[in-house]
Design a protein around this ligand. Sequence first.
Ligand code: PNW
Length: 454
Amino acid sequence: MNPDADLPRQFPPDFVWGVATSAFQIEGAAREDGKGESIWDRFCRQPGTIADASNGDTACDHYHRLESDLDLIASLGVDAYRFSISWPRVQPLGHGAWNEAGLAFYERLVDGLLRRGVQPHLTLNHWDLPQALQDQGGWAARSTVHHFVAYARGIHRRLGSRLATLTTHNEPWVMAVLGHEKGQFAPGVKNRQTASQVAHHLLLSHGLALQALRADGCRTKLGIVLNLGHHEPATGSPEDAALARLEDARGRRWYADPLFLGRYPQEVLDELGPDAPVVQPGDMDHIATPLDYLGINYYSRTVSSAAGPFDVTKSGLKLTEMGWEIYPRGLTEVLLTLHRDYTLPPVYITENGGAFPDAVVNGQVHDADRTDYLRTHIAATAAALAQGVPMAGYMVWSLMDNFEWASGYAKRFGIVHVDYATLQRTPKDSAHWYRSFVAQCHALRTSAACAAGG
Ligand code: PNW
């Protein structure tokens, strides 16, 4: 019995299959070759912030293992690799002088991917803001918006024409809410007004960067990545339904409505009251600059319960090691909701995956739960595609085990195992499954070309 037999056929031949990482989570080399300090370097050194008191100083040592990691990516047979640039590695203070060693590293990365036939998908901001900019107010300060646009232009000038896509920000909700309202992520601020201003500045800097790059003659596809969970009421009560609508407005529409409709959802503005962001004339039009694609990171659903926090252990669904419910149908639902509410550009699932325990036996790493997770979520992506959502690609989070932010190294999302004592990489069973799944999709691609006489 092969449960995947029919799955590859459900995707078009040009569908992009990839794997994803981010700079801070894998690179290490935190103080080498002129790299500046980031807010995550600083945050990790504050006691009590990271579960295992670890940091990103070494991480997966990707900075020193670039060539062999590129070979590893190529060995999976994927079409695409999604990675991010560490802003302080290329521009240590976040403005002004560029660090040539840092730029050269990303140039080697991009050229190494192209040589191996893998498309580079670059993200400018996966959370590791230069600490020097944080010292001037960080994302809460409007000056950071303009520094980000200059950074985007510099990277585009150097690498733009060689990229498949260029993403401005990864998950503005996480940076705004977990970083500035709940304080669980860098920079560890706990202030709702700051969080709403940060969200506005992230969106504004995204829109202004798109305009600036297009004015510079950019022909690379430009977009943004949002983390979206599917919001559901815990019961059929009107209270739970109302809360689910409000939480959907806070988590999804606060970001997607400005991008696609040019306005913030009124119910969230009302709720924020004096904590609503300062919005200058013209800002909303800048934010609504058309996207070439939208990236969606999906991990789980969010259940809204007016009676108090919803207990995921009682839902009957299996949980990942993060305590997140495994709910593939939510991915289809999120995509259908977006398709209903907005006119979507091509959509990539830019992250999807799970933290699971690995069984390391005789040099093999068994992770059947992860393979199940990936297969069922790929099927959920196919279901959205069949219902008209313009899906363009899917990328597994993550290529390899890495620094899982406030959870440190204890939570493993990789399809490649990393032994942190030796930094040795070992593809897990899920990596072998994904390689063979992608190969089946590619085999159909060849036969489609033959059928078309190409
Ligand atoms: C994403 N939440 O983060 C990030 O883009 C990755 O860097 C990260 O490793 C991955 O998901 C797994 O966590 C999130 O609390 C962190 O809802 C937290 C949440 C969502 C996404």
